[in-house]
Ligand binder design. Structure first.
Ligand code: GLY
Length: 382
C-alpha cells in the first residue's frame, strides 16, 4: 500500500549529471514522502538505514514509518555519533551489517544523518557489491547544503581526513528542513558558514539577501528553505560542470585550506566545528585576496562582518584556547596546510576572491607569501 503524499510545499533541485542525474527535494516535512518516493523510484527494493545514535532518537521512527507505509522493508544500522565512526573500523561494521542484512545490487542504502553518516554510509554503499545505490537524508544544515550533494563519500585515515573515499552520487536527496529545528544552535550556525560560502564564491545577490534575511534563516520557515534551495542550486550547478573536481568544483573549497589547518590544529575536536573553521578560513582567504590586490579591504570587511554578525568565529583569535595550541604559529599552520589534499607538488591551492560573489581558483600560491601574510595576521595574538 502506498501512503498518499502529505501536502508540503517542497522545492526540487535537479543535479544534472546525465544518466546519474538526481533530485534534491527540500521542504518542511518532506521526510514523510520518503517511502512513496522510493516506491516510485525503485519498486520492490529493500532498504538499509544507516544512522547515528542521536539522529536515531529523533528521526529513525518517522523514517521507518514512512517506508513501512509504502511496503518497503528496512533494516537499521546504528553507529556512534561523531568522526570516530568515519574510520576503517566504522566502515567494517557498516559493511558487514549491510552484507548480513542481505542488501543486494538493486536495493538501497539510506544515509540518515549529518556529514559523518552521509560520508560513511555513502562509501560503504559505493564499495558494497561494487556499488549499491544510495539515498541521502541529511539531518544537519551542513549536510543539507553541502555534504549530501555531489557524491563525495569517504572515511578518515589515521594520517588525515577523508583520505579514503569514492565519488558515489546518490539517486535522491531528501532535505527535510523541519529536522533542523532540533539542531543545537552552534551546529546550525556552523552549517550556515557553508550557506554564506555560496554567496561569497559565486552570487553577490544571494550574499546581500543573507545580510538582510539571516535572522529569518535561523528562525526557520520560508527564508530557511530559500537559503537551502539556493545553496543546493549553486552546488548542483558546479557539480554538474565538474563532477570530479578537475576545475571549478574546487571553488567549493573556499575557506577550506586555512579552515582544515585550523581544524587539524585543534585536533578535529568540538573546539572548532568544520563550518566554524570554514568561516575563519573564508575571512583569511578574503584578506589574502586583499593582500594580493584582488579586492579592496572593504570587501574583505564585508565578508567578516556578516559571519561575525551571525555569531561565527571570524578571526583565529576567536577560537577558544587558540594561544595555547600553536594556532598563533604561522609555521605550524603552514606545515598543516602542506598535508592538505589540495597540495600539488608543494604548491598550495587557494580559492581567492576577485569580488564578493566571484571566487577564483589560485593553484600556485607562493608559500612564503602565505606564511608572511599569516605571520602578520597572527602577530596580534602574541
Ligand atoms: N564539499 C566540497 C565538495 O563537495 O566538493
Amino acid at each position: 500500500m502506498t501512503a498518499p503524499l502529505k501536502r508540503s510545499d517542497s522545492v526540487t533541485v535537479n543535479v544534472a549529471l546525465g544518466e546519474r542525474a538526481y533530485d534534491i527535494v527540500i521542504g518542511r516535512d518532506v521526510l514523510q514522502s520518503l517511502g512513496p518516493r522510493i516506491a516510485a523510484l525503485r519498486p520492490g527494493a529493500r532498504t538499509a538505514i544507516v544512522t547515528d545514535r542521536n539522529v536515531a532518537k529523533h528521526w529513525l521512527e518517522k523514517t521507518e514509518v514512512s517506508l513501512s507505509q509504502s511496503g518497503i522493508a528496512a533494516t537499521r544500522i546504528i553507529v556512534e555519533e561523531g568522526e570516530g565512526s568515519k574510520t576503517y573500523a566504522g566502515l567494517e561494521r557498516v559493511s558487514e551489517a549491510l552484507i548480513s542484512a542481505k542488501v543486494e545490487r538493486n536495493d538501497l542504502v539510506i544515509a540518515l544523518g549529518g556529514g559523518v553518516v552521509g560520508d560513511l554510509a555513502g562509501f560503504a554503499a559505493a564499495i558494497l557489491r561494487r556499488g549499491v545505490d544510495l539515498v541521502q537524508v541529511p539531518t544537519s544544515l551542513l549536510a543539507q547544503v553541502d555534504s549530501s550533494v555531489g557524491g563525495k563519500t569517504g572515511i578518515n585515515s589515521p594520517q588525515g581526513k577523508n583520505l579514503l573515499g569514492a565519488f558515489h552520487q546518490p539517486v535522491m536527496v531528501i532535505a527535510d528542513t523541519a529536522v533542523l529545528d532540533t539542531l543545537p544552535p552552534r551546529q546550525f550556525r556552523a552549517g550556515y558558514a557553508e550557506v554564506a560560502k555560496y554567496g561569497v564564491l559565486g552570487d553577490e545577490g544571494f550574499f546581500s539577501w543573507l545580510e538582510a534575511n539571516h535572522a529569518d534563516v535561523f528562525a526557520g520557515g520560508r527564508a530557511r528553505e530559500h537559503a537551502i534551495a539556493t545553496s543546493c542550486r549553486a552546488k548542483a550547478a558546479i557539480v554538474a560542470r565538474d563532477e570530479r573536481e578537475t576545475g571549478d568544483r574546487a571553488l567549493l573549497n573556499l575557506g577550506h585550506t586555512f579552515g582544515h589547518a585550523l581544524e587539524a590544529a585543534t585536533g578535529f575536536s568540538d573546539r572548532l566545528f568544520h563550518g566554524e573553521g570554514v568561516a575563519v578560513g573564508m575571512v583569511l582567504a578574503a584578506e589574502l585576496s586583499t593582500e594580493l590586490g584582488m579586492i579592496g579591504q572593504s570587501e574583505a570587511d564585508r565578508v567578516r562582518r556578516h559571519l561575525a554578525e551571525v555569531g561565527l568565529p571570524s578571526h583565529v583569535q576567536d577560537i577558544a584556547g587558540c594561544a595555547q595550541e600553536g594556532l598563533g604559529d604561522a609555521d605550524a599552520l603552514m606545515a598543516l596546510m602542506a598535508q592538505d589534499k589540495k597540495v600539488r607538488r608543494g604548491r598550495l591551492t587557494f580559492i581567492l576572491l576577485k569580488a564578493v560573489g566571484r571566487a577564483v581558483v589560485a593553484p600556485d600560491v607562493e608559500p612564503s607569501l602565505v606564511r608572511d601574510f599569516l605571520q602578520t595576521k597572527l602577530r596580534k595574538m602574541k
